[in-house]
Ligand binder design. Structure first.
Ligand SMILES: NC(=O)C1=CN([C@@H]2O[C@H](COP(=O)(O)OP(=O)(O)OC[C@H]3O[C@@H](n4cnc5c(N)ncnc54)[C@H](OP(=O)(O)O)[C@@H]3O)[C@@H](O)[C@H]2O)C=CC1
Ligand SMILES: O=C(O)C1=N[C@H](C(=O)O)C[C@H](O)C1
Length: 274
């Protein structure tokens, strides 16, 4: 290990993203896996993180003591669950390190806690860490701005694997926010998240969401702008979870020398002014 390699902790190390992160960190020269964390009672505790993720033994055993790990690390990469991410945010603030949060399905209350933690930690949070989806959000904002709300309806469709527990996906909401920003409207009051039964005609100016779940789909998203007699569809298909892990590692490295604060993947990618 070279002295300049950034020491990262992966929390939720046994999960789908946790294992992918361990693989990506292992193959990225500028970072090193400092610790791998799972919850108390997890069957992964004590196992070698490299063996768990398929890269072979790396001499880092999975433990359940995040604070101890954070105090000697420079960053934590967190794709777990909302309550866990809130706890990790408090600990990352205590340790004054970088906290990259990929967890989705967080409440407004959780978001306030991340903001509070960002007084001391450098927090990078995004519903999608891939370059492609962040570019798609820029294109969505531009399309929503260019096509008039009267006559052009916006619908967002997403499909994910059958294990996903939150809906709409963090990405769908991120794309919804981009469309709302392009239109200059408030997403929370203008979104239609569910349709069932006699709904009546579509209210003009709203942004609709549709959720599909099944099989092993990594993550598909489409933004449809539907006009009279024509459709514009902007879409992204994730084929491999390493796109999210590579983005998260890039985010940790980017935030390494930043001031405490809350940042997005658009900041990391230099796309926030688009
Ligand atoms: N922003 C992005 O680019 C992406 C975001 N995601 C999001 O990341 C999250 C995780 O997804 P995925 O990997 O598929 O889910 P998994 O369920 O496969 O993994 C989550 C892991 O976190 C662990 N965990 C939960 N609570 C704790 C805790 N308190 N302490 C330590 N470990 C804990 C789980 O353990 P246990 O099983 O014991 O609960 C599990 O191993 C989801 O919110 C998903 O939407 C996913 C991909 C990309
Ligand atoms: O749970 C997943 O798997 C994914 N979650 C994120 C989301 O909610 O958008 C990102 C990606 O699509 C995969």
């Amino acid at each position: 290990m070279s002295e300049n390699e950034m020491k990262l902790v992966v929390v939720g190390a046994g999960g789908r993203m946790g294992q992918t992160l361990i693989r990506v960190i292992h193959e990225t020269p500028s970072v090193t896996l400092h610790a791998a964390i799972e919850r108390e009672g997890s069957p992964f505790l004590g196992k070698d993180a490299g063996e768990l993720s398929g890269v072979g033994p790396i001499g880092v055993a999975v433990t359940s003591d995040p604070l101890q790990a954070f105090l000697n690390a420079e960053g934590v990469v967190d794709f777990t669950a909302p309550a866990a991410s809130v706890t990790f945010a408090g600990l990352a603030a205590q340790a004054r390190i970088v906290h990259v949060i990929g967890t989705t399905g967080c409440s407004a209350d959780d978001e306030e806690k991340f903001t509070a933690a960002s007084r001391h930690a450098r927090v990078v949070k995004s519903g999608n860490m891939s370059l492609g989806v962040n570019l798609l959000s820029v294109l969505t904002k531009q399309a929503a701005r260019a096509l008039p709300a009267e006559g052009w309806d916006i619908e967002i469709i997403e499909m994910h694997h059958k294990h996903k527990v939150d809906a709409p996906s963090g990405t769908a909401l991120l794309l919804g926010e981009a469309a709302a920003a392009g239109r200059g409207i408030d997403l929370a009051s203008q979104s239609v998240r569910v349709r069932d039964g006699h709904t009546g005609p579509r209210p003009g100016g709203t942004i609709g969401f549709a959720t599909l779940r099944g099989g092993s789909v990594v993550g598909d998203h489409s933004v449809i702008l539907a006009g009279e007699g024509e459709l514009v569809t902007l879409s992204h298909s994730a084929r491999d979870r390493s796109i999210f892990a590579r983005g998260a590692v890039a985010a940790a490295l980017w935030a390494r020398n930043k001031k405490p604060g809350q940042y997005s993947m658009l900041d990391v990618l230099g796309l926030s002014n688009q």
